[in-house]
Design a protein around this ligand. Structure first.
Ligand SMILES: Cc1cc2nc3c(=O)[nH]c(=O)nc-3n(C[C@H](O)[C@H](O)[C@H](O)COP(=O)(O)O)c2cc1C
Length: 274
């Protein structure tokens, strides 16, 4: 049975019941006139979302040994405006040219810290983030993948894409896979988790926007997934377990500036249920 370590500061708790109202699995209850408590026998239903801690107006509730005083306080003045969120979505671009310069480690770490807040199905928080930290490591990874592609193609396997990546790399060192980006983020999760594919994509989508807000360029790397599916050894090179699902993007300081956004209004089908 899970130990939720629910603790209530009876000096500041107003018994308002918001913690119980907001608990998605009805683990926390407030009996009439009582303080919040855990429903006996429902401990294992807790998904550790911390909504009880987060919603409490007086910060009176602690769970899992966490001090609500250590949480970032709500401050509406920090929220991006609808205009700036929309601007970011419309003006982030897939970057395919990069300055040959590493993103400072502190910036990468802050981005990874923010990724801890991305939602996951059932709050499973089962994602693994694998980062390639610098240009040197990217060059080594590219070299190894090219070698694996070469071997697969020589043995009559691989794919046209794998053959193309090898051809351009061997011809003049051109990187058709990661486009010369200094960093790669691989997000992976065990397929056994029901929402693994959604959680992986969501983390990458959030990362893309977080990176764009800092002036960084990103590009989702579908090519790496295609190559992994066709070339033996790439999965192992990326440190992935056999049942992991993954997707990736590369990122860095973009070497291209765009003077305007493309025009996409009306290009997706919008349907209304009736
Ligand atoms: C799932 C996914 C996989 C992608 N894979 C690649 C890729 O392997 N190589 C590449 O150059 N661009 C890749 N892209 C970028 C798309 O081509 C790009 O998003 C699209 O052309 C729209 O351009 P924009 O992102 O600048 O708006 C991928 C995008 C997505 C969403």
């Amino acid at each position: 049975m899970k130990d939720l370590k629910l603790k209530v500061d009876e000096g500041t708790c107003t018994k308002c019941g918001l913690c119980a109202d907001d608990c998605p699995t009805r683990v926390v209850i407030v009996k009439p006139g009582g303080y919040p408590e855990v429903t006996a026998g429902r401990e294992d239903q807790c998904i550790a979302c911390q909504h009880c801690l987060a919603v409490c107006p007086s910060g009176a509730l602690s769970v899992f040994g966490l001090d609500p005083g250590d949480s970032e306080p709500w401050d509406a003045s920090k929220a991006p405006s609808p205009e700036s969120m929309g601007w970011l979505v419309r003006n982030r671009r897939s970057a395919r040219k990069y300055r040959q310069e590493n993103v400072p480690a502190a910036v990468i770490n802050e981005l990874l810290d923010d990724l801890q807040y991305v939602p996951t199905g059932g709050n499973r928080r089962h994602l693994r983030f694998t980062v390639v930290d610098d240009l040197g490591a990217m060059a080594r990874l590219l070299g190894r993948i090219v070698t694996l592609c070469e071997k697969a193609v020589a043995q009559g396997g691989g794919s046209r894409l794998a053959a193309g990546v090898v051809k351009y790399y061997r011809r003049d060192g051109h990187d058709a896979l990661f486009r010369g980006a200094p960093h790669l983020l691989v997000v992976s999760a065990s397929r056994e988790q029901g929402t693994a594919a959604q959680d992986v994509s969501l983390a990458l989508a959030y990362f893309e926007l977080l990176a764009a807000s800092r002036g960084l360029g990103t590009c989702w790397c579908g090519f790496l997934s295609l190559i992994e599916a066709a070339v033996p050894g790439v999965r192992e090179e990326l440190g992935l377990a056999p049942d992991d699902t993954f997707y990736s993007l590369y990122f860095g300081f973009p070497a291209v500036r765009y003077g305007r956004a493309p025009q996409r209004r009306g290009t997706s089908q919008v349907c209304r249920w009736s």
